[in-house]
Design a protein around this ligand. Structure first.
Ligand SMILES: [Zn+2]
Length: 302
């Protein structure tokens, strides 16, 4: 029995991509049994394609505002407001034609006692009368995508969305897909303050075989940057995923004066931007609480 309800060809899809026939041919409907069990595996597994995922942290909007989401590399956790297009970047090693592969995304509960329960959207946010649900055929889905080509699957209450993998564009090492979350972690009748993961599986189109698996914890909240800072403060910035020498440098006591400066080694430009943002934020905070902070030392000390 085929329990997949393919929404390819819906009104929304028509608005996004007129070439519906091509999409249907590109994304075949298959049995979901192997992928959508009652308790999906959530252990990270790069597999033979070295499948990885991260969130691209944009620096800010043209108006100078912070983006409505934040990603903590230290905690490996995304903080985002509702209905915000968050760029997830997938990397993989090319083995054959990538168009025979696709990425399935679904939300799952993080805690073991809830992982068998499907993540449901709350009744309020499923209301078809909401502006964000107008013309939507996927009001039950917590995790949605703005990808041009997609397929929504439903197996009972367990919902997922699938996008086809495409060959990497020249001079890029990642494949970017925009996803958005349509319910808050605090929603009554939905997640009810339970923690969730975004689970991504790399699958073979024809067989549905899972070839790789990655997860990112997600908190859907009104103040992503505030909650990120609170969590990082509670955990200790840099204590997760960094080398011990970096941890000590990042969490050590600040220098007594501007005469002493510490250098933090980073791995890439994305990490450099994230660290720079934290540094600038701390400088602004210190200037607020101590307007003298950061000013040039008095004559005789230079
Ligand atoms: Zn909700």
């Amino acid at each position: 029995m085929d329990m997949i309800r393919s929404d390819v060809g819906s009104g929304v899809m028509d608005a996004v991509n007129d070439d519906v026939t091509a999409v249907e041919q590109f994304i075949p409907v298959r049995s979901p049994v192997a992928r959508l069990g009652s308790a999906p595996a959530v252990n990270r597994w790069p597999g033979v394609h070295a499948f990885q995922v991260t969130v691209y942290q944009r620096l800010g909007t043209p108006a100078g505002r912070q983006p409505p989401y934040a990603y903590s590399r230290a905690a490996g956790k995304l903080y985002t407001d509702m209905l915000v297009a968050v760029p997830f970047r997938f990397s993989y090693t090319a083995v054959g034609d990538p168009r025979r592969l696709e990425i399935r995304a679904q939300p799952v509960y993080l805690d073991a006692q809830h992982v068998q329960n499907p993540v449901r959207r709350c009744p309020h946010h499923q209301d078809a009368a909401l502006m964000s649900n107008v013309q939507s055929q996927h009001v039950r889905h917590v995790l949605q995508t703005q990808h041009a080509r997609f397929r929504y699957d439903e197996n009972g209450d367990r919902c997922s969305v699938v996008v086809p993998l495409e060959p990497l564009q020249p001079a890029t090492d990642h494949y970017e897909v925009l996803y958005e979350f349509t319910c808050m972690n605090t929603c009554v009748g939905g997640m009810n303050r339970r923690r969730i993961l975004a689970l991504f599986t790399l699958e073979e189109c024809e067989t549905g075989q899972v070839l790789g698996r990655q997860t990112i914890e997600v908190k859907v909240c009104k103040c992503p940057h505030r909650d990120l800072k609170a969590d990082e403060k509670r955990l200790g910035l840099g204590r997760i995923g960094d080398k011990p020498d970096r941890k000590r440098r990042l969490t050590s006591s600040p220098p007594a004066s501007c005469e002493q400066r510490l250098v933090v080694e980073v791995d890439d430009e994305e990490m450099f931007r994230a660290v720079t943002e934290v540094r600038d934020s701390m400088r602004r905070y210190r200037r607020r609480v101590n307007p003298q902070h950061g000013q040039a030392p008095p004559p005789g000390r230079q």
